[in-house]
Structure formats: structure tokens, C-alpha cells
Ligand binder design. Sequence first.
Ligand code: ATP
Ligand code: MG
Length: 440
Amino acid sequence: MISRDQHGISRRNISNGALRVLYRLNEAGYEAFLVGGAVRDLLLGGHPKDFDIATNATPEEVRGLFRNCRLIGRRFRLAHVVFGQEIVEVATFRGIGEEGNADRHVVDGRIVRDNVYGSIEEDAIRRDFRVNALYYNIADFSVRDYVGGMADLEKKELHLIGEPELRYREDPVRMLRAVRLAAKLDFRIDESAARPFARLGALLCEAAPARLFDESLKLFLSGHGLASFRELDRSGLLQFVFPSTAAALSKRHGDEFRRLVECGLANTDHRVQAGKSVTPAFLFALLLWGGVRERAERIIASGGDALHAYGDSAEAVILEQTARVAIPRRFSLVMEEIWALQPRFEQKIKKRVTRLLAHPRFRAAYDFLVVRGQADPSLAELAQWWEQIQVADTARLGELFQQPSPAASDVAVPRAARKRRRRRRRKSVVGEGGAPPAEP
Ligand code: ATP
Ligand code: MG
């Protein structure tokens, strides 16, 4: 037990909602602790966004105390207490319970249901990492450390609780959580926790795609995307979650593709840190571009249908990827548009430029072009041209349109594919994003 004067957690950094839940539970005679990532991040001097609470009250008892409370989850029953925008998650201590006992189910070593309640000590050891098993007690403001999490925080190390192989088999997504936390906190994954990746990484292929989608957003859109990517690549786990990305990194344009992903993720991290919005569509467009390009070039090289090579490989790569990570259709549609608009940036004819500027997906596609320009110097000039055109006054516009266009060969999509796209567009009445049909 670490008393209040021996740790740095101040109630000022805990959300009002979480404090109200903690005090209310405590006043009603229950034990109430802040737990998990919030305690970890508070001890590291961070500002957690979400606060999880652990208590000995059952979900039903929690509901009895709060009007603004709903019970969620069947596999893992929880109470959500809602304060406007904020949701405070309240979980009852999970116990050990024998297999087949009460309400825990294990299938092939995986925990598929866990509603056995127990003591705080039992709750601590079923958590994933030692640094995630620290409890802040609202009754005396002390921190309880049952598994050595405090020492790990000081050493900046991630250790699994218990036998690593067993813990990964129970829930393979813990391997991704290790990578994500190492990236987020700039911690080292302890050798014992990293060693099983090689043998067990493939278990991630069987994880629920919807869960891997959520986990991907946390990996890449939380302000430490670049670090996550590097850690994922280094750990050897990338191939199991983003197979075409991993493959493209080792192929012909691998180095350029790596620069593209890294530049794009660095930009995304800056946006997140500046409080700007980011979209999963742009993220996945980055991660999958290498695979799309590589596949299209393979189709063309082997004498396949060059006209449709890019569109077809976009479709195939998305299909393959969504079997692993459930990217919702509303995002993959935007990804396809971002990719399809890239060749149109080459056409610096005034009418087409005006039309592209008005395209609903212009911004995302232009941002993508900028990142391509950062990764491939031969595209930098084109990206700059488009930057200028957006802010130019009339006189400057005249100048810009007089400049000779950069070599068409700088752009990845071959001429044949471009021609085909134009022809197809003309046939469609609505055109992309409702734009009028292309001029002859
Ligand atoms: P962050 O919120 O920064 O993403 P976190 O550690 O809080 O990280 P959550 O998903 O919010 O992650 O989980 C809260 C806590 O629940 C964790 O700190 C950990 O104690 C426990 N936990 C979450 N997922 C697992 C898991 N797969 N296996 C075991 N314990 C877990
Ligand atoms: Mg959390």
C-alpha cells in the first residue's frame, strides 16, 4: 500500500464524474477504486481521458445507486454511469472461479465470458499488465499495488501478470495492447512478454475483426501512431493484422512506402495533439496504399488488365483486409475515392482543377498527395502546385496555369488506367460526388 504522501495522484486530475461515482459508492458502504489505465497515466503525470472504477458492489447494486446508470455487456457485465458527455465505467471485482464454474467460459484457452465476482486481489491478477493493475482508493487516497506495477512504472517496463503464453492464449489481443502501451508510454516490453509473439502472433488472425478495428484506431489515432507502427513492425505482429502492409514494406517500393506511412502517421499524430479531427479512412488509405500499388503493378507486369489494375487491386486489398480488421464500408468507400482521385491531380487544366477543388473528397485526397510528396521527392512539386492553387488570387492563378505541368510519369497510376477512368466517368450521369460529367 502506497500512502497518499508517497505518490503523485491528485484528485484535481480526476474527472468530476469519476469522483462522484467513487464517493457515492463509498458513502453507500462499498469499496471503490480508480483502476487501470487512469491510475497508470495519473502516476506518470498524464491526463487520462477515461476513468475506470472497480468496486465490490455488483452491477445491479451499482445501478441501484445511480439514476444515470445502464448495465452493458453480457460476456463481461459492466455498469456505465453517464454524466453528459462523460461515461464512467464501473466493474465489479472479478474472481478466480474454477473453469465451468458460475459464469465464466473458456473455449480453447480463450476467455469468452467472465462474470465471476471476487476479491480485489483476484481482480488484480486477471488484468493484463502489472502497470494496469494499480488501484487508487477513494477512502484514504492510497494506491494499492498487488503485483509490482509501481516498480515497473519507474523502470518503464511492461510485464504481463502470470504466465505469458497462457495470458496471450486467453486473449491474443493482449499482444497488441502490449505494443500499443509500449508506444504510448514509451515503455519497453519485457523480454518475457515479447518472446511469445513469434509463436502466438498468428492467433491474432482469429481475433474478432470488429475488436481489431477498435484496437487499430487506438493504435494509430491516439497521438502515437508513428510509434505504434514502428513497434508493430519491429515486434513482427504487423503481418497478422495488416498482411498486405507488411508484405509491401519488403517489396520493390518498400522504402518509399515506409516513408509514406511514417510521414502520414507523423502528420496524423500532430493533428491529434493539436486537437484536430482525424479520419480512419485516411489512416487505412495510407496503410493499404503500398499493397494496392504493388498488386496493381503485378497485374500489369504479368500482362493482366491494365485498365482496371488499380481499381481491382483496391477492391481485393480491401476485401482481404476487412477479413482481419472490420473497416466499415463508409470508410473503405472514402479510401477508394482518395486513391482514385490521385491521378486527377496531374491534370492541371483549369476546368478540371476547378472541378477537383469542389470535389467532396478533395481535402482528404489532397492531404494524401501531400504525404506522397513527402515520401517521394518527384511528387513534391505537384503537391506544392496544388497548395498554391488553393490560396491563389486571380493574378497568381493566371501564372500557375501557364506553368508546364510536371512529368506525368511522376504519378504512380499508369496512363492507361487514367484514360479508362475518364471514360468511365463520362458515362455516369452523377459522376464522382455528384460532379457534372467531364468535358469532352
Ligand atoms: P488506455 O485507456 O490508455 O487505452 P487502458 O489500460 O486504460 O489503456 P482499457 O481498454 O481502457 O485500457 O482497459 C482498462 C483496464 O482494464 C486495463 O488497464 C486493464 O487493467 C484491464 N484490461 C483491459 N483489457 C484487458 C485484457 N484484454 N485483459 C486483461 N485486462 C484488461
Ligand atoms: Mg482506459
